[in-house]
Design a binder for this molecule. Sequence first.
Ligand SMILES: Cc1cc2nc3c(=O)[nH]c(=O)nc-3n(C[C@H](O)[C@H](O)[C@H](O)COP(=O)(O)O)c2cc1C
Length: 306
Amino acid sequence: MFSDNQIFAAPLAGISDKPFRRVIRQFSPNAPLVTEMISCHSLVGAHKNCLRNFDDYSSEGNVGAQIFGADVELMADAARILENQGAKWIDINMGCPVPKVATRAGAGAHLMRDHKLAEKIMYAVVRAVKIPVSIKTRLGWDDEHKDWKDLVNIAADCGIKFATLHGRTRAQLYLGNAVWPDVHNIAIPIIANGDIKSSDVLEQIQGLGYWGAMIGRGLLGRPWLLAEILGEKLDLNVTDVVLQHLHYAIEYYGERTAIPMFRKHAAWYSAGMPNSADFRIRVNRIDNADALIVAIRDFWGIMGAK
Ligand SMILES: Cc1cc2nc3c(=O)[nH]c(=O)nc-3n(C[C@H](O)[C@H](O)[C@H](O)COP(=O)(O)O)c2cc1C
């Protein structure tokens, strides 16, 4: 079976920020957690409106900082900055399909089409830092170009330590089921990603030769999932988890920004529970911490949830 340093939390833009990572960390002290993607331009330019540019990772445990971009020098500079900020490893985004990143910026999934540029970036980033560097990619651009093995071989030659493989193509976006190809005989360890939400599939994934598994959307509203999947006994008090998460978000963003940002988390935490639609409507109208705390206490109190 996988151990607690082999089940990763995926980078999720707008979600896996420092407050969310803090909550996951309480349940999973050793789990590798990846930050949301960080633009090399924004980071190197020290853009003030992007708080994550200034995150200090030194007390966050095993955290990988994910960068995206298409500029070789800036990607290397960004990696250096994140190493100085205490990241334990650097992950290069080579799978993001959104047009802003993959088409207009020539970054993310675009690097699956331009292996020469991908190689230059990987080569430069690996040499810019002392910490390990990984990549996160997809099966390929589309059904006709499932050439992930080529990219991973180039990565291995550049000194990349491991790769995460999301079992979809860029063209699929998030549609259809993820497929985890056999990764025996690949030069570097591969982490399986895509649609993993329970321990049921871990044996299959391990049997296919993967070194680990990475979980993204399964963590929404369930930051304890990495620990649960490993079979750990959880003394779960959901009300406390939600309130703790809210507290961390306010501490990090300030109340004005945190409250609207927290609405989606409140919705995920309550998903599938009776009256969750009413709760969401109530939460969407709230604009201050005190009222949100009352709504959270009311909802889980009424549910009788611990
Ligand atoms: C809202 C959202 C944001 C994402 N942000 C990132 C990101 O910043 N970097 C990245 O490499 N992948 C990102 N992804 C992709 C996930 O990391 C992951 O590869 C994908 O969701 C499949 O895994 P899952 O089925 O466990 O969610 C994002 C996905 C979603 C749904």
